[in-house]
Design a protein around this ligand. Structure first.
Ligand code: URA
Length: 425
């Protein structure tokens, strides 16, 4: 076998055999196939697609690139999102379900394309480590019922490498590649029960609900055929989830929700997803589980789980009480309404790309990120603003000249002018 033949086959939409896919994944993981050849193959997949059988073979080959976790814990659950802008739900749902007595073992990724990654968000907490060994991960789960680790050399190393390469080569938004990336990690961490949050809309990789439903169906099929209790829900990503986009800004907002200080869309989506996961894990009906989830927040138990997780993963748990201990941006710039207006929509991907420009994500294979960079959204779709009201605030430490980012962000906002001042209506 050779990589050029494999690239050519996918380029011509000729299905690869199971053996060819295993050879490609193994070869790339162990360094025999170079980045440029893997990039070419990924682009062929992105442009032409591959069959469901190839997607399944890719998922299993990536899962088998490392070990499969055998946690000596009777029952664990996991949740994964296909990626969005401002999507910090894992940082809220994990503590909620653990506070309800269900152990959540999660392996996450870094920022991908215009979307943020749970690992980058968590690593903005001073000292916190996500490069846990399986032993450390298991120990934390035993103590606290909630831990998050990154892909490693031990577990799913193929996804670690391919994920970073996709991010640097414009090959993220592909149903088979997203499916294999997520499901290989999920099957390798081997939780008994899986909830998949498949996003659609301007801020998601799947722009339409139909594409999201297609991805949801194939991931659910793979999960169930691997013997998991698996459910995929399709959720809207046409505006950033919550107010904050960017790593430490999102941790701050997640902590505000766990502290019971913030309600609204983010809180509602988290309660909905947590209740689906708890119900799948047999804790009651979805509505009973919604009550359990809300109680986990109002009692402060979910916040305690988060505090313990931060401590056990080496971070400073005091951030839970004092949000000013999180890294803060050095520079800020507020974009204001130029006239009285109603916000009619956002190009949410462009908001994510603006956050990347400010330093919140990587644009090259080994790029560094600015934990403080991001955007604070100050209005929602449907809201009326007066001239001079804030639309959003751009934040960064590595970038002090906001001119380019501000133009990009402003172009991401759709609005209609109010012909009469808002207050006269
Ligand atoms: N999350 C992942 O882990 N992988 C993807 O490809 C997209 C979202």
């Amino acid at each position: 076998m050779n990589a050029i033949d494999i690239i050519n086959k996918t380029k011509l939409s000729i299905p690869l055999s199971h053996e060819e896919i295993v050879w490609l994944v193994e070869g790339y993981t162990n360094g025999e196939i170079p980045d440029h050849q893997m990039s070419a193959w990924l682009m062929a997949v992105r442009l032409n697609g591959i069959t469901d059988e190839e997607t399944l073979a890719l998922t299993y080959a990536m899962r088998d690139s490392g070990g499969i976790m055998q946690l000596d814990i009777p029952y664990t659950v996991d949740k994964h999102s296909t990626g969005g802008v401002g999507d910090k739900t894992s940082l809220i749902i994990g503590p909620i379900v653990a506070a309800c007595g269900v152990c959540m073992s999660k392996m996450s990724g870094r920022g991908l394309g215009h979307t943020g990654g749970t690992i980058d968000k968590l690593e903005s907490i001073p000292g916190l480590r996500t490069d846990l060994s399986v032993e450390e991960f298991t120990e934390i789960l035993h103590k606290n019922g909630f831990a998050i680790m990154s892909q490693s050399g031990e577990i799913c190393p193929a996804d670690k490498k391919i994920y970073a390469l996709r991010n640097a080569t414009g090959t993220v938004d592909s149903i088979p590649l997203i499916c294999a990336s997520i499901m290989s990690k999920k099957l390798a961490t081997n939780a008994d029960c899986l909830l998949l949050d498949v996003k659609y809309g301007t801020g998601a990789f799947m722009k339409t609900k139909e594409e999201a439903e297609k991805l949801a169906a194939i991931m659910e099929r793979i999960g169930r055929s691997a013997g998991k209790q698996c459910r995929a829900v399709v959720t809207d990503m046409n505006e950033p989830l919550g107010c904050n986009v960017g790593n430490s800004l999102e941790v701050r907002e997640a902590l505000e929700v766990l502290r019971g200080e913030t309600r609204g869309e983010l809180y509602n989506v988290c309660i909905m997803l947590a209740s689906e996961l708890l119900a799948l894990a047999g804790k009651g009906t979805v509505s009973e589980c919604a009550e359990l989830a809300a109680e986990a927040i109002s009692s402060g138990k979910a916040l305690e789980v988060m505090r313990e997780m931060i401590k056990l993963q080496g971070g400073n748990p005091d951030v839970c009480d004092d949000l000013s201990l999180l890294p803060m941006p050095k520079f800020r710039y507020t974009i204001k309404a130029v006239c009285d207006m109603e916000i009619t929509g956002f190009n949410c991907e462009e908001i994510g790309q603006t956050a990347l420009m400010l330093g919140a994500g990587r644009t090259s294979l080994n790029g560094r990120i600015d934990a403080t960079a991001g955007i604070i959204m100050q209005c929602r779709i449907g809201e009326s603003l007066c001239a001079g009201d804030p639309i959003m605030t751009l934040c960064s430490t590595v970038c002090s000249d906001f001119s380019e980012a501000a133009i990009r962000a402003l172009n991401a906002v759709s609005y209609i002018r109010h012909t009469q001042p808002k207050n006269d209506k």
